[in-house]
Design a protein around this ligand. Structure first.
Ligand code: B4P
Length: 193
């Protein structure tokens, strides 16, 4: 299995680039943000709980997100690989993911980390908020809270994978096409390694 993590702060291009990467490499896309938003639309108990965190710009509790990932992995036993988008977002989630993958005799090949400045992130998300209908994208205060949450809880995930020499840093500012090319170059190197 060829498993990748697309990593970066909110608005760094994870969802945008994931769409293209799964098409090119035939990976199964696992976005915890998308899974949580589906739960919200379906008004499940999990969705209602998640919404209260997401609307404040906070992370949803680890056990909720890890449970969702476990069942998604189990329901796609034939996937040739997974692209994790927006997950893991805490060290506890990263440790849980490593364990789940170990149970399936597989592992993360690389963590592709998109770097984007804070002001660019805020502008992108406010822009998306004009059309996306996402309540967490319309208020600048909430967007900045998400960035603080990223710095406090998520940035450490890159350090965790750095210890295993798995992190590849990618410039996340520039055209969507150019960033996609940079990502593909790194993935192709890993594929032949
Ligand atoms: P997510 O759905 O993961 O979304 P995100 O981080 O806000 O955005 P993403 O990075 O995918 O956006 P993109 O850049 O593609 O998370 C939402 C919330 O769910 C979290 O705040 C949290 O509450 C919860 N959650 C999710 N996973 C969780 C977990 N594992 N644990 C706990 N809680 C979790 O797009 C942004 C905009 O930028 C778009 O409009 C796009 O068009 C634009 N853009 C992209 N690339 C660009 C470029 N190169 N130039 C200009 N604009 C660009």
């Amino acid at each position: 299995m060829f498993n990748l993590i697309l990593f970066g702060p909110p608005g760094s291009g994870k969802g945008t680039q994931s769409e293209r990467l799964i098409e090119k490499y035939g990976l199964f896309h696992l976005s915890t943000g998308n899974l949580l938003r589906e739960e919200i639309v379906n008004q499940t108990q999990l969705g209602l709980e998640a919404k209260s965190y997401m609307d404040q710009g906070q992370l949803v509790p680890d056990e909720v997100v890890i449970g969702m990932i476990r069942s998604s992995l189990d329901s796609h036993p034939l996937a040739k690989g997974f692209l994790f988008d927006g997950f893991p977002r805490t060290v506890a989630q990263a440790e849980a993911l490593d364990k789940l993958l170990q149970e399936k005799n597989t592992e993360i090949v690389a963590v592709l980390a998109l770097g984007v400045s804070e002001e660019e992130l805020v502008q992108r998300l406010l822009n998306r908020g004009k059309t996306s209908g996402r309540s967490d994208d319309t208020n600048e205060g909430i967007i900045r809270a998400r960035i603080v949450e990223y710095e406090n809880k998520t940035a450490a995930v890159a350090k965790y994978y750095e210890a295993f020499d798995k992190v590849i840093r990618i410039e996340g500012e520039g055209s969507i096409d150019d960033i996609f090319d940079l990502l593909c170059k790194e993935i192709d190197l890993k594929k032949i390694a």
